[in-house]
Design a protein around this ligand. Structure first.
Ligand SMILES: [Zn+2]
Length: 66
């Protein structure tokens, strides 16, 4: 793998992590909710997400995250 591909991969991974955190801020802060508690959950039925659906793109693929 060239250094260019490595850099693109690192930027992509950190981009999804930062984007996921910003999504939490956008959803929770206007409601006055905490960023850390309660842990990630379904906004409709309050069911907590399994840990593997908290990964940025995997959660979207499963349909859990908005
Ligand atoms: Zn639900």
């Amino acid at each position: 793998m060239s250094s260019y591909h490595f850099l693109v991969t690192v930027v992509f991974v950190f981009g999804t992590i930062i984007g996921s955190f910003l999504n939490v801020c956008i959803v929770r802060l206007p409601k006055g909710e905490s960023l850390v508690w309660p842990p990630p959950h379904c906004p409709h039925c309050k069911t907590p997400f399994p840990f593997y659906d908290n990964m940025s793109l995997r959660g979207h693929a499963s349909g859990y995250l908005p």
